[in-house]
Design a protein around this ligand. Structure first.
Ligand SMILES: *[C@@H]1O[C@H](CO)[C@@H](O)[C@H](O)[C@H]1NC(C)=O
Ligand SMILES: *[C@@H]1O[C@H](CO)[C@@H](O)[C@H](O)[C@H]1NC(C)=O
Ligand SMILES: *[C@@H]1O[C@H](CO)[C@@H](O)[C@H](O)[C@H]1NC(C)=O
Ligand SMILES: *[C@@H]1O[C@H](CO)[C@@H](O)[C@H](O)[C@H]1NC(C)=O
Ligand SMILES: *[C@@H]1O[C@H](CO)[C@@H](O)[C@H](O)[C@H]1NC(C)=O
Ligand SMILES: *[C@@H]1O[C@H](CO)[C@@H](O)[C@H](O)[C@H]1NC(C)=O
Ligand SMILES: *[C@@H]1O[C@H](CO)[C@@H](O)[C@H](O)[C@H]1NC(C)=O
Ligand SMILES: *[C@@H]1O[C@H](CO)[C@@H](O)[C@H](O)[C@H]1NC(C)=O
Ligand SMILES: *[C@@H]1O[C@H](CO)[C@@H](O)[C@H](O)[C@H]1NC(C)=O
Length: 415
């Protein structure tokens, strides 16, 4: 009797373990000889849409517990970035390529390779073979010698792809100083405690921060391999970030201007995507523009920001890759002299001033003719209306004067 009970509870435990194995994080370790350089524990789901003879189908594939550190994984060396290729049954893999600077490391490229020939995963697919999707705006970054932690579920969709990658329960570190995950953590913003930006707090305890003046305009451009400028931008940028302040021990709104003379810029241009990366010592901003080659229209489709300001307790990263801002036509530039507020995520918006950009079809290193934003056109209306009113007034005064003069002239004659 007691044996039976024990075996029954063992069966439950096994079933529970089996379930946990599906829901639980999968571990990966990339080594070079005996030294570990990347360790990752993560859960991931891939939601993939594919074509069938009768339309499209969508499947959600979890990263299975049987996934392994696949070929292509390496600790890298001079000129080669460390990377983790998590491979799994069916010929599918998830790739993370890392990069770092003096303070932060990040997933510079996140990619997903899936095998449409795998009938078990993609039944009735009318296309066969391997599909690769990748993005340079993963939004995953952390301070060096700390573990990146993001337990919340976060989704990333590479541009122009049919796959959404959803991570959860993530703990990982690259460029590891030793074989164990660091106990210090860089926590993603989604994991930060829900913040109620204190409207209830007495205003005397929160001195209103003096908003900084308008940001200076910077000129940023991206050059092709063959030396021609392929992306032009001129703009003043102001970040509006909600974060937890070390100094004030509470959540605050940080308004920070990007200083053009302290900002490095780089980027890349491809047929239908163009990227502009701006970075200063403490902040990284990545703009991704997409071109619809059918409609010949472009727009800002993704914006990614990471920051580690001295007043922050941990680095933060925020990404939104489903934006639709700064829409323009191929070969022309988009212009907005007025201040524009571009909400990116709840805790981050970007304010632009005197902006002009052209991410595609730049010729002769200069902006094409400008398409102005609605706000500028509205602002133009005001001087026109005022001008028209003034002109009308002048006309009335003039007519009144002429009539008056005629009358007095007539009066003089009668005398
Ligand atoms: C790896 O570790 C083993 C045992 O700890 C040791 O015998 C071996 O020499 C090490 N190899 C390298 C390349 O350091
Ligand atoms: C893709 O799937 C097919 C069918 O299962 C298999 O034969 C092929 O080897 C897979 N490709 C790769 C690269 O694993
Ligand atoms: C990280 O740790 C290594 C080894 O302990 C140390 O050499 C390096 O300076 C540290 N880097 C940072 C940014 O703290
Ligand atoms: C430079 O490269 C781009 C594509 O990368 C190409 O469209 C353009 O024609 C090239 N220009 C010259 C002058 O070679
Ligand atoms: C910053 O963002 C907050 C909340 O989104 C908003 O209330 C505030 O007006 C913004 N400040 C500036 C200067 O844009
Ligand atoms: C920060 O605020 C919390 C709650 O408001 C309080 O418990 C904690 O002691 C404060 N920490 C410091 C360093 O002031
Ligand atoms: C950057 O520009 C500001 C304002 O024009 C100026 O005060 C500052 O000295 C400049 N810094 C550098 C490093 O040139
Ligand atoms: C491109 O534009 C065309 C025409 O406006 C539209 O039908 C199509 O959905 C767009 N493609 C993408 C990827 O947005
Ligand atoms: C990303 O931007 C879109 C469009 O502005 C918005 O609807 C969406 O809520 C944003 N995503 C997040 C995570 O804030």
């Amino acid at each position: 009797m007691s044996y039976k009970l024990r075996s029954a509870s063992a069966a439950v435990a096994v079933a529970l373990l089996g379930w946990l194995a599906v829901a639980h994080a999968v571990s990966f370790e990339v080594k070079d000889g005996n030294s570990t350089c990347i360790k990752a524990e993560l859960s991931a789901n891939f939601t993939i849409t594919y074509l069938t003879a009768t339309g499209t189908k969508t499947v959600t594939v979890p990263l299975p517990a049987s996934a392994v550190v696949g070929s292509g994984s390496s600790c890298g060396d001079s000129g080669v970035s460390p990377q983790l290729m998590a491979s799994f049954e069916g010929g599918h893999s998830l790739g993370l390529v890392f990069s770092k600077d003096s303070r932060l490391y990040q997933v510079a490229t996140l990619s997903m390779k899936y095998n449409l020939s795998d009938n078990a995963t993609f039944p009735d697919s009318s296309v066969k073979g391997i599909v690769t999707s990748s993005t340079n705006t993963s939004g995953i970054s952390a301070q060096l010698n700390t573990t990146y932690r993001c337990l919340s579920s976060t989704s990333i969709r590479p541009q122009d792809s049919n796959v959404t990658i959803t991570f959860s329960d993530v703990r990982m570190e690259a460029y590891m100083p030793n074989a164990n995950l660091s106990t210090d953590e860089s926590v993603c913003t989604a994991d930060l405690p829900a913040t109620t930006v204190a409207p209830t707090q007495s205003p005397t305890t929160t001195p209103a921060p003096t908003p900084p003046s308008n940001p200076e305009s910077g000129s940023y451009n991206v050059t092709n391999i063959n030396g021609t400028v392929c992306l032009l931008a001129r703009m003043g940028l102001q970040l509006n970030v909600t974060y937890f302040s070390k100094a004030q021990n509470k959540t605050v709104q940080g308004i920070v201007n990007l200083q053009p003379n302290r900002t490095d810029f780089s980027g890349s241009c491809e047929a239908t995507t163009a990227t502009l990366i701006l970075r200063d010592e403490l902040t990284n901003l990545t703009f991704t523009f997409s071109l619809n080659s059918t409609s010949k229209k472009y727009h800002l489709s993704a914006l990614s920001m990471s920051a580690f300001w001295s007043d922050m307790t941990a680095p933060i990263t925020m990404t939104n890759s489903t934006l639709n801002y700064l829409q323009g036509s191929l070969g022309r530039s988009y212009m907005c002299r007025s201040e524009q507020i571009l909400p990116v995520v709840n805790s981050f918006s970007l304010n632009t001033f005197r902006l002009q950009v052209q991410p595609f079809g730049v010729s002769g290193n200069q902006f094409g003719s400008a398409e102005e934003c609605q706000m500028d056109q509205d602002n133009m209306l005001i001087p026109i209306i005022v001008g028209a009113a003034l002109a009308g007034l002048v006309l009335i005064v003039l007519i009144a004067y002429l009539i008056g003069r005629k009358r007095s002239h007539a009066g003089y004659q009668t005398i």
